[in-house]
Design a protein around this ligand. Structure first.
Ligand SMILES: C[S@@+](CC[C@H](N)C(=O)[O-])C[C@H]1O[C@@H](n2cnc3c(N)ncnc32)[C@H](O)[C@@H]1O
Length: 225
């Protein structure tokens, strides 16, 4: 594996052979090393929201919080390609760290390869086939409060509440509830009691995803009925 350090981030290999980064600023990795970056993204965000099944029925508007190294989007586009999805998947993504864009563009060992090809194309062109993406490099809190379009799916993937507390407020979950279409779904890797309570208080019906192993917390699925 290349020993790559980009500023305050370093690349790490994860259990399933896919790569992610470790942030020395937040002292957290972008995905869980012991689960596998690709595996975690596929399970907790793509399969957890049933976004591919939803995209068989209609065009999908996806709110991606936060872009990071774009893995959740790369896995989404990869699965859409594998499943022959022809409806549009439009991703609106927000990320405060501009350096991640050039990291994604230049780190060609990231997997899944075809999904990342779509992400890299979208970073330059906004539209590729039936995929489109708008990415906003700014603080997610203000950005999310400024939104008024509705979404079918929300990926909620900041760093942990301990290190990224501004993202995990009760007000944030109320706003996200208001941004979802009825029947829409949000998933997050977190499953702490306080976070579940915030989701329920915002109006969501919550459930736990199947855990990826006895050592791991299950992710949380939150649906707006
Ligand atoms: C766990 S990583 C996201 C991983 C990403 N979803 C992926 O699939 O690669 C968390 C990201 O949240 C970003 N972030 C943290 N606080 C933020 C904020 N207030 N506004 C925007 N982005 C933020 C960090 O820069 C980091 O890239």
């Amino acid at each position: 594996m290349p020993a790559c350090i980009y500023g305050n981030k370093k690349i790490i290999n994860t259990r399933d052979g896919s790569y992610t980064f470790y942030s020395m600023e937040y002292n957290e990795s972008y995905k869980t090393k012991s689960v596998g970056a690709y595996t975690e993204s596929l399970h907790k965000f793509v399969n957890g929201t049933n976004i591919i099944e939803r995209a068989r029925e209609k065009n999908i508007r996806l709110l991606d919080i936060c872009f990071g190294i774009g893995l959740n989007l790369a896995v989404t586009f990869d699965e859409a390609l594998k499943n022959g999805i022809t409806n549009r998947i439009h991703a609106l993504s927000v990320e405060k760290d501009a350096s991640l864009i050039s990291i994604v563009k230049n780190t060609h060992i990231l997997m899944p390869v075809n999904g990342y090809k779509v992400v890299r194309s979208l970073l330059d062109n906004n539209y590729v086939d039936n995929f489109s993406m708008e990415i906003y490099i700014q603080d997610a809190v203000n950005f999310i409060y400024s939104l008024n379009h509705k979404f079918d799916v929300i990926y909620f993937d900041p760093f942990s509440k301990k290190h990224n507390s501004e993202m995990w407020s009760d007000d944030m979950f109320c706003k996200l509830y208001s941004l979802l279409e009825t029947g829409g779904v949000l998933t997050t890797y977190a499953s702490g009691k306080g976070i579940k309570e915030s989701l329920v208080n915002a109006g969501f019906s919550i459930s736990s995803l199947v855990s990826l192993g006895t050592r791991y917390q299950p992710a949380t699925k939150a649906v707006k009925y």
